[in-house]
Design a protein around this ligand. Structure first.
Ligand code: TYD
Length: 201
């Protein structure tokens, strides 16, 4: 069977990753393509530890970096690899570049974070939803989590843009309305799948 594709949506908090990932899944399924939505941190055993830590004020950021990397290995083993082997298109709401962007800011050692994550297989396409941190934070209605502060998110955004340049992510201006942004997301994915000959018109 033909291997599927791993498409990742990245961006700072409030960029609209979940909305667009879910819209993308619906659009692909309508086209008759086997697609699965997934996300990090996961709801598995390690993801749940991270969830508990998120509400604490004092967290050792190195422990947190290790847990994000461990959760990712779990995600790869339990969800991503098996589905790729079955030919699914996986839309992941965050993946390895979330760690490189956030943890290299919190820990301050990007190379260490990259080393920890070296077992994460490369995604086929990364879409960066780029939003101004003030606009992103303004969209978050629930109680803010630990990273959701403008000073941190400004640095994380810069890191994402730097990674985008280095690794060739597709960057979309996510300061606009949902439909406008989705139009760009959809057309990017359509082009990607056409190139891979995975889309029958
Ligand atoms: P988020 O996608 O915002 O989850 P939720 O839908 O539960 O709000 O992720 C939670 C936070 O975790 C977010 O602020 C970014 C952070 N994060 C990292 O710092 N490193 C990582 O590797 C991942 C996956 C997330």
């Amino acid at each position: 069977m033909k291997r599927g594709f791993l498409i990742v949506i990245e961006g700072i908090d409030g960029a609209g990753k979940t909305t667009h990932a879910r819209k993308l899944v619906r659009w692909l399924r309508k086209k008759g393509i086997q697609t699965r939505y997934t996300f990090e941190p996961t709801r598995g055993a390690i993801g749940r530890i991270l969830e508990k830590m998120a509400s604490k004020r004092k967290v050792d950021v190195r422990v947190e970096a290790l847990l994000f990397a461990a959760d990712r290995i779990d995600h790869l083993n339990k969800i991503i690899r098996p589905l790729l082997e079955k030919g699914f298109i996986i839309i992941s709401d965050r993946y390895v570049h979330s760690s490189i962007a956030y943890q290299s800011i919190t820990v301050g050692d990007q190379r260490w974070v990259e080393e920890l994550n070296k077992f994460a297989e490369k995604p086929d396409l990364v879409i960066l939803l780029d939003v101004d941190p003030e606009i992103g934070l303004g969209r978050i209605k629930r109680k803010r989590a630990r990273f959701e502060r403008v000073e941190i998110l400004k640095k994380v955004r810069e890191k994402y843009l730097e990674l985008a340049e280095r690794e060739g992510f597709k960057v979309i201006d996510a300061n606009r309305g949902v439909e406008e942004v989705f139009e760009d997301v959809r057309s990017l994915v359509e082009k990607f799948l056409e190139e891979k000959k995975a889309l029958q018109q």
